[in-house]
Design a protein around this ligand. Structure first.
Ligand SMILES: Nc1ncnc2c1ncn2[C@@H]1O[C@H](COP(=O)(O)OP(=O)(O)OP(=O)(O)O)[C@@H](O)[C@H]1O
Ligand SMILES: CC(C)(CO)[C@@H](O)C(=O)NCCC(=O)O
Length: 392
């Protein structure tokens, strides 16, 4: 197969979207490195072409969906010499937006969504990563990041906690065997929404930056604040443990303006992370699960967030359960939708039924400068995955 001939089809058919309440995530296969550094095409064998390249990642704010449409138009459609796909191509899509924005994509780009269930996609995405991508999962405790060697024969059961706008908790027992056992509406959307209201910051990055500089003890009421500086050791609470998030605001006699936005952001991040860690542990306990994988874009590879979640899980489980994180945390659903191409033949006659990942590389697309991709990744924003797909 001449790679040039198949380029348009390849790029369109190997794109998957996860359109969530806050963010749109894209995973796309770049066969020739045009959209992703250093990729390479090639190799034909026995009527089946193996195309080498990379899985690339990009994200957009859902409220700025036009940017996402432009990205697809400029980097995928126009790149291939067309403006509109004229209803010819269906693309895997998951998340609530696969329903909400189906008409928009059809009207603006001529792309039809082939919808994949959100929970199913999340589970497929995690299983794909854990089974295929080396050094994907890691623990984070006391400032130490440690990669976890995953034994494919001893992967299940595990608890998946996906922290997006809201939080879903899914017990995974095998490939396609899972149950959503819990969830909470206090998630990444709560952090960002409350954060914007309380600190006047404009973006998630700004809020994170603020939280870096803050001190949660200024607003949180600690056990020591209640117990005159001492631990409550009888029930295992140290004086520095948070007794009540934002509790000091009750009696400080201060207005919101009297607090530093940094301290508010820090308390908020701690409150949300702690709460999710605790609910996750309780659900793990319900079903006797020892391993908890945390995903979703709320985490963003942020040490403070991961540390807080890990400490919460460690503390409540008395060291029995383990919190683990994933390098491609934010792209689980989109990756899962992408891998679902392998389950069926495709209108373009392309069928990626096998993904071989040799190594993950630290270059990727950056959503803020998507017109100039490729660029080097920032804050773990989705490292490209080197892989090959079979075209039949
Ligand atoms: N650049 C960003 N802009 C906005 N939010 C961000 C950003 N980076 C990380 N976040 C955080 O990630 C959250 C969204 O995560 P994610 O994309 O996994 O969920 P979603 O798919 O939008 O939500 P849901 O699955 O609940 O529909 C936000 O609520 C916010 O806390
Ligand atoms: C509604 C979804 C699944 C959309 O992704 C997510 O935002 C979520 O799991 N929210 C939490 C809802 C709840 O269980 O209370």
């Amino acid at each position: 197969m001449d790679p040039k001939d198949s380029r348009f089809s390849t790029q369109i058919s190997h794109l998957a979207l996860d359109i969530g309440g806050t963010l749109i995530k894209l995973v796309y296969f770049s066969p020739n490195g045009d959209n992703c550094e250093d990729g390479s095409i090639v190799v034909g064998n026995n009527g089946c072409s193996v195309v080498q390249g990379r899985l690339c990642f990009a994200k957009f704010e859902t409220r700025k969906i036009d940017d996402c449409l432009d990205f697809i138009r400029l980097n995928i459609l126009q790149h291939s010499g067309v403006q509109h796909a004229r209803d010819k191509f269906s693309v895997k899509a998951t998340g609530g937006g696969a329903f909400k924005f189906a008409d928009l994509f059809k009207e603006k780009l001529g792309i039809v969504f082939d919808k994949e269930d959100e929970m199913h996609s999340l589970v497929c995405g995690v299983n794909f990563l854990l089974k295929t991508v080396p050094r994907e999962a890691f623990t984070y405790l006391d400032g130490q990041k440690e990669f976890v060697q995953i034994d494919h024969n001893d992967l299940y059961p595990y608890l998946l906690v996906n922290i997006g706008s809201g939080v879903s908790m899914i017990k995974v027992d095998g490939d396609g065997k899972y149950e959503r056992i819990s969830g909470t509406s206090l998630g990444g959307g709560t952090f960002l929404g409350l954060g914007k209201l309380l600190t006047k910051c404009k973006s998630f990055d700004e809020l994170l930056e603020l939280s870096h500089q803050g001190n949660n003890r200024v607003i949180d009421m600690l056990v020591g604040d209640i117990y005159g500086g001492t631990d409550y050791s009888k029930i295992g609470l140290s004086s520095t443990a948070i007794a009540s998030s934002f509790g000091k605001a009750i009696s400080d006699g201060k207005e919101l303006e009297d607090y530093q936005p940094e301290d508010v952001a820090r308390s908020l991040l701690r409150m949300i992370s702690n709460n999710i860690g605790q609910i996750a542990y309780l659900n793990a306990l319900r079903f006797g699960l020892k391993r908890i994988f945390f995903g979703g874009f709320f985490i963003r590879g942020l040490e403070y967030t991961m540390d807080t979640i890990s400490v919460a899980v460690h503390f409540w489980s008395r060291g029995e359960a383990k919190a683990m994180f994933l390098r491609h945390e934010g792209f689980l659903g989109a990756l899962g939708a992408f891998t679902s191409y392998k389950d069926q033949s495709h209108s373009t006659d392309l069928k990626p039924h096998h993904h071989t990942v040799e190594r993950a590389v630290v270059k990727c697309s950056d959503d803020d400068s998507f017109r100039h991709i490729p660029v080097t990744a920032n804050v773990n924003d989705g490292e490209a995955i080197e892989c090959s797909i079979n075209l039949v």
